[in-house]
Structures are given as structure tokens and as C-alpha cells.
Design a binder for this molecule. Structure first.
Ligand code: SF4
Length: 318
């Protein structure tokens, strides 16, 4: 081997990131596409060109994969574990369980862990989420995130539809373990086990079928016209409402801001422009929580509220 063909240490690490990226399978993924942007999934399938991902986000993904492997190895060694929250004793049956067969057409998904609960004679599905320490604030206050609940609920219903399993052998409750991978200021950061109840199957399946139908329609148009950006491409994600404390005016300003996932999106125009949507103030809450819309935005209803806890905190500091 000549000196010039010897890879550098950084080349080798970059190779690990490349290996960690899953190849495109032309399917919708329960882990990202259930409540995520359909446009994003379609652009991914259409192999629309992206900007290069930052090394930081590549490492974030890689560290998530490494944690999944490490925890799975540990569980495989121990085989039996206790879930204090429910007083369950679970036996580990398998890790990385492919549930695609039980999902609606066009969808794929893999559960991190499958346990057997001998007291109930039923399987329990578990999933691991690595998360920034700052993100744990939301989990401690609200429990599991909606997109994670939807993802693992789909796994529960998929497993229950396996011919050799049956719905009475799958528990409607499942586990999501949140593993923080950094600290956060003024927060006692620690992992949590969230025991969740699965969402209604009919509503979930209808949403998944609709998304796949929209994807199939878009694909047809793409194949016919050769254009990934065609009339059937889903619209960009709408902005979401968020309340921000304004220190100088002692009010919470309600704003429309781009969805949080857009900061990680690598598509530029003409594929998508939702990262550049900007922020618009649409109203404000006073310290009693009363809402006043901004002039010209009276037609938009406030969908978020400021909690009593937050208001009390601000009132006592004012
Ligand atoms: S910019 Fe937003 S809507 Fe557009 S593809 Fe990315 S995540 Fe989806």
C-alpha cells in the first residue's frame, strides 16, 4: 500500500457515518414519516439533491446507532429486566424486530426490543430514543413525544396482526426509554422509562394509508413527467405556533415559526423552501393568560396556551 492510499483517521470516521446512513428503500418509515413531513419523505424517495449534512448531525446519528447497539447487547446479556413503573418482569425475546409485514402497504418499521411478559402472557414492545439533554425538559413535563407514541403504537398493531401472534398476545402498553446524551443548564438530566398506551389503530392506519396513497400518486406523476417537483408533491410543512416570553413588555408573544425539523432539512429550492418561511407574531398573552390577536391576524385562533405554572412564575418575578 502506498502512502497516498492509506486513509486518514478522519476518513475512517467519515466512512462509519456513510455506512450508518440507511439506503433508500422507497418506503415510508414509522420512525420519521408518521407525523413528519410527507414532502420530505417524497423528496427522499425521489433522490432530490441535498446539501451536504454537517459533520455534527452525522455524528449525532452515528452516536444514536452506537447507543442502540450497546444497549441491545447489554439487554441480550441480561435477558430479564424489571419495569418498576408497572411492576413488570420482562424477558427479552428479540432485538431489532422487523414489523413491516404487519404494517399498511408502503410502510416499514423495526422495533428496538421485544419482551415477553409472563404474568400477562403477552409481548411488550420497547423502543430507545437518544435525545439532547435540553430535550428532556419536554419529556419530564409531558411524557413521550407524539411522533414516538405514534411510531411504537404502529409497531404494537403490526405485531398483533402477525398470524402466529394475535392481538390478545400483545400488550396495548409499550415502553419508550429516553436516554439523554448531554447535560442541560438548570436541569437534573436523567434517563426515563415512559410507559405509554397505544393509539387507536383505525385512526393510525387511515392516516398511514392516506400518506401512502399520496406518495403513490406523486410517484406516478414523477415517473410520467420526470419531475420530482410536480403537482402531486406534498406542500411544505406549515408553521407551528409557539409562545415566547418578552421580558421588556411582560407578555408572551405568540408566533408562527417553522417546524423544528426544518432546521435539520437539507433540501433547498426548488425542492423546498420551508426553512426560509420566517417567523410572524400573531398575538400575545398577558400575565393573566388572556389572549389578544395582533391586528390583521384575528382570523388565526391561538392553539397553544401558556401554562398556569409559567404564568405564576412570571407574575411573581414581575
Ligand atoms: S424544508 Fe420542511 S417541508 Fe421542506 S422538505 Fe424539508 S422538512 Fe419537509
Amino acid at each position: 500500500m502506498t502512502e497516498s492510499t492509506i486513509p486518514t483517521i478522519l476518513d475512517s470516521i467519515k466512512e462509519m457515518c456513510d455506512w450508518n446512513r440507511r439506503p433508500e428503500d422507497n418506503l415510508l418509515h414509522c420512525s420519521s414519516d408518521l407525523l413528519g413531513s410527507l414532502r420530505h419523505a417524497q423528496l427522499r424517495m425521489g433522490r432530490a439533491p441535498t446539501r451536504e449534512a454537517s459533520l455534527g448531525s452525522e455524528f449525532r446519528l452515528l452516536s444514536g446507532s452506537i447507543w442502540h447497539e450497546q444497549v441491545a447487547d447489554k439487554l441480550l446479556l441480561q435477558k430479564i429486566l424489571r419495569v418498576e413503573e408497572e411492576d413488570w418482569v420482562l424477558n427479552l425475546e428479540d432485538v431489532e424486530v422487523d414489523l413491516t409485514e404487519g404494517l399498511p402497504e408502503g410502510w416499514t418499521g423495526t422495533a428496538d426490543w421485544l419482551f415477553w411478559n409472563g404474568d400477562f402472557n403477552a409481548y411488550v414492545i420497547g423502543d430507545l430514543k437518544t435525545i439532547k439533554g435540553e430535550g428532556m425538559r419536554y419529556i419530564y413535563a409531558n411524557g413521550a413525544k407524539a411522533e414516538h407514541m405514534a411510531q411504537v403504537s404502529a409497531y404494537v398493531h403490526a405485531l398483533a396482526s402477525f398470524p402466529d401472534v394475535g392481538s390478545d398476545q400483545v400488550m396495548g402498553k409499550f415502553l419508550i426509554v429516553y436516554l439523554p446524551i448531554s447535560d442541560a443548564p438548570d436541569l437534573d438530566v436523567h434517563p426515563t422509562v415512559e410507559v405509554c398506551v397505544s393509539m387507536d389503530k383505525d385512526a393510525l392506519w387511515t392516516m398511514m394509508e392516506n400518506k401512502w396513497q399520496a406518495t403513490s400518486d406523486w410517484k406516478l406523476e414523477w415517473f410520467e413527467t420526470g419531475n420530482v417537483v410536480n403537482d402531486r408533491l406534498a406542500p411544505p410543512m406549515e408553521r407551528v405556533q409557539k409562545a415566547y416570553w418578552n421580558t421588556s413588555r411582560n407578555v408572551y408573544e405568540l408566533k408562527l415559526v417553522p417546524h423544528w425539523t426544518t432546521q435539520f432539512c437539507l433540501y433547498d429550492e426548488p425542492y423546498c423552501d420551508c426553512r426560509d418561511q420566517g417567523t410572524t407574531k400573531i398575538g400575545e398573552f398577558d400575565l393573566d393568560g388572556a389572549y389578544t390577536p395582533r391586528s390583521g391576524y384575528e382570523g388565526i385562533e391561538a392553539e397553544v396556551r401558556v401554562s398556569d405554572l409559567e404564568l405564576n412564575k412570571r407574575r411573581s418575578a414581575a
